[in-house]
Design a protein around this ligand. Structure first.
Ligand SMILES: CC(=O)N[C@H](C=O)[C@@H](O)[C@H](O)[C@H](O)COP(=O)(O)O
Ligand SMILES: C=C(OP(=O)(O)O)C(=O)O
Length: 348
């Protein structure tokens, strides 16, 4: 199962896990911080950097925007003021898109509504993210599917039946999409991550699956990759003590770099399910693997009883110790001293 996003970006099958550095709104509404985060994502080795694009009056009702939002993470008295502070204009988006191109990292955003979706299509982002806030938004999902652009879709805040509905809606149009398991809490308690859902997704859906993690740290994301996540999304921040809802579940640039490095280690280490002896074990086999040796001195013609054969690290080596039962009750063809290796041809 492979989804081709662009000529350069392929997700699924044996492609490296596609790691999304989610800036979200960790830029604090400051384009210079946004640029620093784009650079940090590139330097950390992320596959892509992502923002969140919202047309406020499309996403929220008027009344909702007027709702008081007086928390330590708020940038205004009402939710509308808060969100207006955090929302970049279309021209700022163009500037960030261009900046990411200069830095050399793919740039995209989640479209939080249809207007934002159209804007991102025009901006020519490689794919559009649909966040968990729209996992129950069938109208939007149908609209997005009909536009025939690659999608990465998060599935927080809904159950498996809804995820099947999302799958059906998009796949009625195309298969250029991935589904991300996600739990929408900031931060997600570890016991709520339910990472093994990934296995169920893999068994149910014929598109690449991944994980969008809102828990603290890197361990759960790494486990997700070990469980087969082909996309991994984590928030990135310059400083976790900054104001904003998502900093607590974000990674610093250094932590993000470690995440990328460790994901690549895990991918390299997953290897094959066929248990076999590998070349790198040969030095240890030579040095420490045990073989069959004489447990006492015996002469040609004598029978090797169980107590007569020992298993030791020997020099030179005898037969692999796994052959112990093949040797017992055989007759020696040569005289053998204690500790001498036993090899094929030494008995019949
Ligand atoms: C579900 C969803 O959209 N979640 C996003 C992605 O993870 C978040 O980044 C929210 O935008 C953020 O937590 C909202 O915080 P506030 O409400 O303080 O602006
Ligand atoms: C809400 C988003 O993502 P998720 O649901 O994966 O946290 C998003 O990408 O904007």
């Amino acid at each position: 199962m492979e989804v081709k996003i662009t000529d350069d970006i392929k997700i699924g099958a044996n492609n490296p896990c596609f790691i999304i550095a989610e800036v979200g709104q960790n830029h604090q509404g400051d384009i210079e911080i946004a640029k620093k985060l784009i650079k940090a994502a590139k330097e950390a080795g992320a596959s892509c950097v992502k923002f969140q694009k919202t047309c406020l009056k499309e996403k929220f009702t008027k009344k909702y925007l007027e709702r008081p939002y007086e928390t330590s993470n708020s940038w205004g008295k009402t939710y509308g003021d808060h969100k207006r502070h955090l929302e970049f204009s279309e021209s700022q988006y163009r500037e960030l898109f261009k900046y990411a191109q200069e830095v050399g990292i793919p740039f995209t955003a989640s479209a939080m509504d249809m207007v934002s979706f159209d804007f991102l299509v025009n901006l020519k982002v490689p794919f559009i993210k649909i966040g968990s806030g729209d996992s129950n938004n069938l109208l939007f999902l149908k609209y997005a599917a009909s536009k025939m652009v690659p999608l990465i879709i998060s599935t927080g805040m809904v159950d498996k039946t809804a995820v099947k509905t999302i799958y059906d809606i998009i796949s009625a149009h195309h298969k250029s999409f991935c589904l991300l398991h996600c739990i929408s809490a900031y931060p997600v308690p570890f016991e709520d991550c339910n990472l093994t859902v990934l296995q169920d997704y893999k068994n149910t859906f014929d598109v690449p699956v991944g994980y969008s993690g809102q828990e603290v740290g890197t361990a759960v994301g790494l486990a997700a990759v070990a469980l087969g996540a082909k996309v991994l999304e984590k928030h990135i921040t310059l400083d976790k003590s900054m104001k904003g809802t998502d900093h607590v579940c974000s990674l610093t640039p250094n932590e993000f770099k470690q995440l990328v490095r460790d994901v690549r280690v895990i991918e390299a280490s997953l290897g094959t399910p066929i248990k076999k002896v590998v070349t790198s074990e040969i030095p240890c086999i030579d040095k420490l693997q045990k073989s069959l040796v004489m447990g006492c001195t015996k002469n040609k013609g004598e029978i090797l009883y169980p107590g007569d054969v020992k298993i030791k690290v020997a020099e030179p080596k005898g037969l692999n110790a796994l052959h112990f039962d093949d040797v017992i009750y055989k007759t020696l063809v040569y005289d053998k001293k204690e500790d001498e290796p036993l090899n094929e041809g030494d008995f019949c």
